[in-house]
Design a protein around this ligand. Structure first.
Ligand code: FAD
Length: 478
């Protein structure tokens, strides 16, 4: 039997949920298909639980950095309590709350694995093997996200390593944890597990947070080392073996052996498109989906597939692998599908409501390491590579009055990358304690393309760490 809807969304992660919500708000009908937990990776194995793992350590560090509060700290991190808080933030891996939300929003949920079987047709295979066929009058949206990438290192798969999922949901803290990777997940998990008492070795072949401004990786690596983490920049795993006693041995490319009780692989993501029926509509299974400005999937000829009925939002289109950016795309996709279905004009000007322009050069990101890293827009290197004529302005966050009040021995750094031809900010990076909450001001300046002359009138309150904005302008000069 076939059930028709205006729109069918495959994947009920944060992005799929938001697409469906916009579709319903726009007055169309929508069905959503989910094979695991409604809420997706972000709710149960990524954003929320990772930050719950990291927050208690950050709060403890903050208290220890302020005389008066420091004296009140009489114990160490209570790891069992941290893990229990993590469980609560992962809703104990139950999705009842999010299912109730779907019901209240009027979005029917089909539990099972969704696959395209023809243009506008999705087959859902439930756990008991029964199948349901859904058809979409207007559009199908793929919001199936991504999974951990496990590279072809000899013996690695047989060694059953942790991916981010097992690390995030860990019930026990391994005595020795080895990590392959130096990116965001690797750095955050090295921070968390070293604070929980693991002896951590990080095999960061390409460096720590190497896509950020260079001072970011230097400071985070220095802090990890101060926590006892062995940060091995340039180290490459050659082969891996799970030993009979349950431990893991990693042989590096130079022959050295690293032994650990557990191994986390955190080197990147792969799209959830392998078993999605992409071949039935002329696309290649297992690949990232390429999209146009309004997030319609492009076929091999570079044009929207068919009459433009297939959309992809969130991780699966590889534009930006972050929840907030995927939800931003979701709003654009939901609204543009409604507009097209109703024959309304598509608002695809540069900053129109049906495009996700900020994905290109205005993506905010926070890395919850110690110190925190908050950035938006382009790094100096990326701006230069993009052909911008830039000037880099640096300032020591410790030199603001607010920072010394915030914490004894506050250390941090800010960098503003100025687009010299337009006199606007192309990129902004902060590293330091609690800088995450300062990021949105920079995001507004970048997206709003606020001229530096006008920024002088955005006066930061005294005495806050945000005073760095004034100091950066003074350093730049008028
Ligand atoms: C450890 C870690 C920490 C992170 N921390 C942050 C953070 O702090 N902030 C941030 O912004 N981002 C963070 N991210 C990234 C963030 O998790 C993703 O960008 C986000 O989850 C993407 O949302 P999505 O809806 O596109 O995909 P997902 O969240 O992956 O959801 C996709 C859903 O589709 C379902 N699905 C897949 N295939 C099918 C199918 N064929 N049929 C039916 N259902 C299917 C999946 O089961 C899943 O529920 C983190 C990622 C990791 C790994």
């Amino acid at each position: 039997m076939t059930t028709p809807y205006d729109v069918v969304v495959i994947g009920a992660g944060p992005v799929g949920e938001n697409v469906a919500d916009r579709i319903v708000q726009g007055g169309l009908t929508v069905a959503i298909v989910e094979r695991e937990l409604v809420g997706g990776e972000c709710s149960y194995w990524a954003c929320m639980p990772t930050k719950a793992l990291l927050r208690s350590g950050a709060a403890l560090r903050a208290a220890r950095q302020v005389p008066g509060a420091r004296e009140a700290v009489t114990g160490d991190l209570d790891v069992a309590a941290v893990l229990a808080r993590r469980d609560a933030f992962a809703s104990n891996w139950q999705d009842d709350g999010q299912v109730s939300w779907l019901e209240s929003a009027g979005i029917p949920l089909y539990r099972g694995h969704g696959r395209l079987s023809a243009d506008r047709v999705v087959e859902v295979t439930a756990e008991d093997g029964t199948t349901t066929t859904l058809t979409a009058r207007h559009a199908v949206v793929v919001a199936t996200g991504s999974g951990a990438l496990v590279p072809d290192i000899e013996g690695l798969r047989d060694a059953a390593p942790w991916t981010s999922r097992e690390a995030v949901a860990a019930k026990q803290v391994p005595g020795r944890l080895a990590i392959i990777g130096g990116g965001v997940v690797a750095s955050e998990m090295a921070t968390a597990f070293s604070e929980f008492g693991s002896s951590v070795t990080m095999l960061a072949r390409d460096g720590v947070l190497h896509l950020a401004e260079p001072f970011v990786g230097e400071r985070v690596a220095e802090s990890l080392r101060a926590k006892g983490v062995s940060v091995r920049i340039g180290a490459e795993a050659g082969s891996v073996k799970r030993n009979d006693d349950g431990t893991v041995s990693i042989t590096l490319a130079d022959g050295e052996q690293v032994d650990a009780d557990e191994l986390l692989v955190a080197i990147g993501r792969t799209p959830n498109t392998r078993d999605l029926g992409l071949d039935t509509v002329g696309l290649t299974p297992g690949e990232w989906l390429t999209v146009d400005d309004t997030l319609r999937v492009l076929g091999a000829d570079g044009a929207p597939l068919g009459d433009g009925w297939l959309y992809a939002a969130g991780d699966v289109n590889r534009r930006v692998l972050l929840t907030h950016q995927g939800k931003y795309q979701a709003r654009a996709v939901g609204d543009v599908i409604v507009a097209r279905a109703k024959g309304e004009a598509v608002d695809d000007d540069r900053w129109g409501r049906h495009v996700a322009t900020a994905d290109e050069r205005a993506v905010p990101q926070v890395v919850f390491t110690d110190p925190e890293v908050a950035s938006v827009g382009l790094t100096a290197a990326a701006a230069e590579a993009a052909g911008l004529r830039i000037r880099v302005v640096d300032y020591d966050l410790a030199a603001t009055a607010g920072s010394s009040l915030h914490a004894e021995g506050y250390q941090g750094h800010a960098r503003m990358v100025v687009d010299e031809d337009r006199k606007v900010i192309a990129g902004f990076t902060l590293v330091g304690p609690d800088v995450a909450e300062m990021l949105h001001a920079a995001t507004i300046a970048v997206v709003g393309e606020v001229p530096l002359d006008r920024l002088w009138h955005a006066v930061p309150a005294f005495p806050t760490v945000s005073e760095v904005w004034l100091r950066l302008l003074e350093t730049y000069g008028r």
